[in-house]
Design a protein around this ligand. Structure first.
Ligand code: NAD
Ligand code: UD1
Length: 340
């Protein structure tokens, strides 16, 4: 089976490409390196010892997509390409709507043209908005995300639903990720955003290696057991494996539209993640408690039982694995920079 992976050089895409290759899928990647580095391609080859096809280009560009579909018989697509920084999306909403929506529309139009109608889409828990449920289940009505990034996910889910209504020969799976962290066990690839990170784990990593001075834990007066926010962290390798299960289902079903939460179902507080990171990596993190971050919800956790029931998927890695693998990655990064 030949799978086109858009955004396959990014954090989640590269981990998923590895799982695809290891499961004997043939892989074609398109990426424009807007948020990734070219050397990821070599690293995927080193890790898997397998070949794949790569096109450098913009998924918004129908002509390169047509070239890819003309040159390859593609059985299905996993669509990761998009911008994902919440804060930046508030500052540059047009850039976010343009990239995330255009890329998806161009891709769907081209797939339609070439009669390739199987797609897995990277959605997010953000589509639940500020739902109050203790655990988010797929049947909850979508909410309104607080930022343009989140809204692009909601709109794309709507577009996919409308497409399926108009043509039920499509097979569409939308995966709602919770909080992906961690790295491949090799330490070669991982999440290394440029600039000062907004997300918790990349920030912890920069503090751990001395590039940033102190982690601020945003708020310790929430209505949670230790006062800090609770999230459902998922190891990126478990997340990548979820895509393989989703694809397997996509190729076994005639057609259909599905939504699955990909999370562990276990809430972890910020303090818990910090203390676990210190314990498993045998170090002390410099941190302090500060003000709440605007827009943060106290408790976000997946109900992942549908993915277990229908995809036979559940997380296997622990919080300890996430913390160890993430630290291993940042150390390897630092060492490779020193060695350059
Ligand atoms: P990432 O930024 O690391 O990867 C995205 C990749 O897509 C990058 O390599 C980037 O260069 C590429 N890209 C972006 N726009 C493109 C375009 N128009 N044409 C070609 N390539 C393009 O992000 P990620 O963390 O791997 O996330 C992948 C997907 O999962 C995104 O759609 C993101 O919104 C979604 N998601 C991520 C998270 C998370 O916490 N990382 C959570 C929920 C959903
Ligand atoms: C954020 C986005 C979400 C997006 C997800 C991608 C917001 C409001 N939400 O989720 O839309 O899908 O990233 O991974 O931005 N924290 C600190 N100190 C820090 C950084 C974070 O205490 O320096 C806390 C936050 O308050 C939060 C937790 O750590 O409680 C996780 O934060 P983060 O990694 O940014 O993820 P989310 O906010 O859950």
């Amino acid at each position: 089976m030949k799978i086109l992976v858009t955004g396959g050089c990014g954090y989640i895409g590269s981990h998923t490409v590895i799982e695809l290759l290891e499961n004997n899928y043939e892989v074609i990647i398109i990426d424009n390196f807007s948020n990734s580095k070219r050397d990821v391609l070599d690293k995927i080859k080193i890790i898997t010892n397998k070949n794949f096809i790569f096109y450098e280009g913009d998924v918004c560009d129908n002509s390169i997509l047509e070239k890819i579909f003309s040159e390859n018989f593609i059985d299905g697509v996993i669509h990761f390409a998009g911008f994902k920084a919440v804060g930046e999306s508030v500052e540059k909403p047009l850039m976010y709507y343009r990239n995330n929506l255009d890329a998806t529309l161009s891709l769907l139009e081209t797939m339609n043209k070439f009669n390739c109608k199987k797609i897995v889409f990277s959605s997010s828990a953000t589509v639940y908005g500020d739902a109050k449920e203790a655990k988010f289940v797929e049947t909850i009505k979508k909410g309104t995300p607080s930022n343009p990034y989140g809204k692009t996910k909601t709109v794309i889910e709507d577009i996919l639903e409308d497409l399926y209504t108009s043509d039920p020969t499509w097979s569409i799976t939308m995966l709602r990720y919770f909080n992906p962290v961690g790295s491949h066990a090799s330490g070669l690839i991982g999440d290394d955003p440029s600039g000062i990170p907004n997300n918790l784990m990349p920030y912890i990593l920069r503090v751990a290696v001395g590039e940033l001075e102190c982690l601020t834990i945003f708020g310790n007066d929430y209505d949670t057991p230790d006062g800090t926010c609770i999230r459902d962290y998922i190891h990126v390798v478990d997340l990548a494996k979820g895509h393989i299960k989703a694809l397997d289902q996509l190729f076994n079903l005639e057609s259909g539209i599905k939504i699955y939460n990909l999370g562990s179902g276990k809430g972890v507080s910020v303090t818990e993640i910090v203390t676990t990171f210190e314990r498993v990596n045998n170090l002390k993190l410099n941190y302090r408690y500060g003000e709440r971050r605007s827009g943060d919800l106290p408790n976000i956790c997946a109900d992942p039982s549908l993915a277990l029931k229908e995809l036979n998927w559940k997380t296997e890695k622990t919080l300890e694995d996430m913390c160890k693998d993430a630290y291993n990655f940042i150390q390897m990064q630092k060492n490779s920079i020193k060695g350059d």
